[in-house]
Every structure is written in structure tokens, then in C-alpha cells.
Write a protein that binds this ligand. Structure first.
Ligand code: B12
Length: 209
């Protein structure tokens, strides 16, 4: 399986071919992590660039997102490697007003693969829903995702609401427009550039607690 082919099919938004190539890669012994890091994540970057250049519009983004999901479903069991010891509980979601949930889903998959029990609230999640979910699940950690500069303020509001209701809960944040400086400025407990960084942060903050 040619890794560039996989990337290209994702960029084209061909879910069937993307899934078939990802499966072929796995069958041939390529690691799920390398399929993600060398084809799928860079592929979504290309899609973003095409959108920025005015060559792609929302329908094309949606097709590529669908192809990404098709591949993620296949990779999930391989990424969620056996780690039976529960490492902690976490609530994850994309903040209110923001529909981007691929990156958040990747973080969920990687946390689960590292033994975290995760409540995934999906996308466009109002602050109250995070507050409730922490209480319901008894989580020690919340992860907030945002992909739009316009939804960064929702991240801050959500963080405030969570900290007010649950002062001892750690809140980590991530997503393309998020930086360490922004995380510091709103008082988040951590910022992760990617899903692996999210796992390190989670382990550091609450793991084995
Ligand atoms: C796919 C996509 C969509 C899809 C989303 C489908 C879905 N189910 O997710 C759809 C079509 C819905 C969409 C809509 C829009 N989009 Co859009 N979209 C994208 C695109 C191309 C890819 C995003 C993606 O999936 N990346 C791949 C994942 C793996 O990366 P990631 O999300 O960054 O996540 C990683 C890290 O950030 C981190 N991470 C993420 N979350 C978290 C959380 C925690 C706690 C931690 C620690 C880490 C972490 O780990 C992840 C894994 O490594 C980006 C371009 C880009 N370069 O990001 C534009 C982009 C984000 N979209 C953009 C825009 C403008 C829009 C629209 C406003 C377009 C429109 N005119 O309608 C709407 C907004 C809708 C809304 N209200 O949310 C802009 C945002 C510009 C800005 N600065 O605000 C971008 C950057 C495109 C561009 N270059 O202009 N979009």
C-alpha cells in the first residue's frame, strides 16, 4: 500500500477507497500510528489548505471528514492498545458553536488506548453539559477542543464554568488555533498540540491517581 495514495484518497474525500487502503496498510503490517501520522493527519492539512486557497468548499471538507472517520473506525482498535489498568476518567468535547470533532475524536481514541475511561460529549457542547458530565462520571480531567478562532472565547467560558463547579478538576485544551500562551492566559492546566501530547498531559495531571 502506498502511503501517498492513502493520503490522496482522503484529500479527494473517497471514504470507500480511504478505508480500503487503510485496511490494506494494516494487513501489510503498517502501524495504525504511522497511517495516521504519515497519511491521514497530513491529508486533513492538505484539505485545509485547499479550503484556504478557495479550491475546496464546505461540501468537500465534509467528504474528507467522512473519509477520515471511515479510516479512524478501522484504526481505532489498533490504536486502543491493550492497557487494562484504568488510568483515570476524563470528559472530552468540542466547545459550543464549534462543529469540528475529528481531532477531539483522535484524542478520545488515544486516551482510551492508554487506559482512560472517556465520556465523549461530541461537538457544539454547552458549558453546562461539561459541568454535568463531570459530576455524572466522577472525572478528574476535562479536555476541550476548538478549531475556530471565533470559538476560543467559548473555551474560556467553559473552563470558567467547570472550575467554578468543580475546582479540583484539571482542564486541558487543544485544537488548531490554541497555543500554550492562550492556555496560560485563561488558566488552563495544560495545552496539547496533538493526541499524543494529550495523553502525556492526562497522565501527568491525573494518571494513576
Ligand atoms: C474538516 C474541517 C471542517 C469540517 C469538520 C467535520 C468534522 N466532523 O470535524 C466541517 C465541514 C464541518 C467544517 C466547517 C467549518 N469550518 Co472547518 N475545517 C476543517 C479542516 C479542513 C480540518 C480539521 C481537522 O479535522 N483536522 C485534523 C485533526 C486531526 O486535527 P485537529 O483538529 O487540529 O486536532 C489535533 C490537534 O489540534 C489536537 N487537539 C484537538 N483537540 C484537542 C483537544 C485537547 C484537549 C488536546 C489536548 C488536543 C487537541 O490533537 C488533534 C489530533 O492530533 C480545518 C483545516 C485545518 N488545517 O485544521 C478547517 C478549519 C478549521 N475550518 C475553518 C472554517 C472557517 C470552517 C467554517 C466556518 C466554514 C464555513 N464557511 O462554514 C465551518 C464552521 C462550522 C462550525 N461551526 O464549526 C477554518 C478555521 C479558521 C479559523 N482560524 O477560525 C479552518 C482552519 C480552514 C481554513 N484554513 O480556513 N470544517
Amino acid at each position: 500500500m502506498d502511503i501517498d495514495d492513502l493520503k490522496q484518497r482522503l484529500v479527494e474525500g473517497d471514504a470507500k477507497a480511504t478505508a480500503a487502503l487503510a485496511q490494506q496498510g494494516l494487513d501489510e503490517g503498517q502501524s495504525a500510528q504511522s497511517l495516521l501520522d504519515d497519511a491521514l493527519i497530513p491529508g486533513m492539512g492538505v484539505v485545509g489548505q485547499l479550503f484556504e486557497d478557495g479550491e475546496y468548499f464546505v461540501p468537500e471538507l465534509l467528504l474528507s471528514a467522512r473519509a477520515m472517520y471511515a479510516a479512524l473506525d478501522l484504526l481505532r482498535p489498533h490504536l486502543a492498545a491493550a492497557n487494562s489498568k484504568p488510568a483515570g476518567k476524563a470528559v472530552l468535547g468540542t466547545v459550543q458553536g464549534d462543529l469540528h470533532d475529528i481531532g477531539k475524536k483522535l484524542v478520545v481514541i488515544m486516551l482510551e488506548g492508554n487506559g482512560f475511561q472517556v465520556t465523549d460529549l461530541g461537538a457544539d457542547v454547552p458549558p453546562d453539559r461539561f459541568v454535568e458530565a463531570v459530576a455524572e462520571s466522577g472525572s478528574q480531567l476535562v479536555g476541550l477542543s476548538a478549531l475556530l478562532t471565533t470559538t476560543l472565547p467559548a473555551m474560556e467560558n467553559t473552563l470558567r464554568a467547570i472550575k467554578e463547579a468543580h475546582p479540583s478538576v484539571s482542564v486541558i485544551i487543544g485544537g488548531a488555533p490554541v497555543t500554550q500562551a492562550y492556555a496560560d492566559s485563561i488558566g488552563a492546566d495544560g495545552f496539547g498540540r496533538d493526541a499524543n501530547a494529550a495523553v502525556s498531559l492526562a497522565r501527568h495531571l491525573v494518571g494513576d491517581a
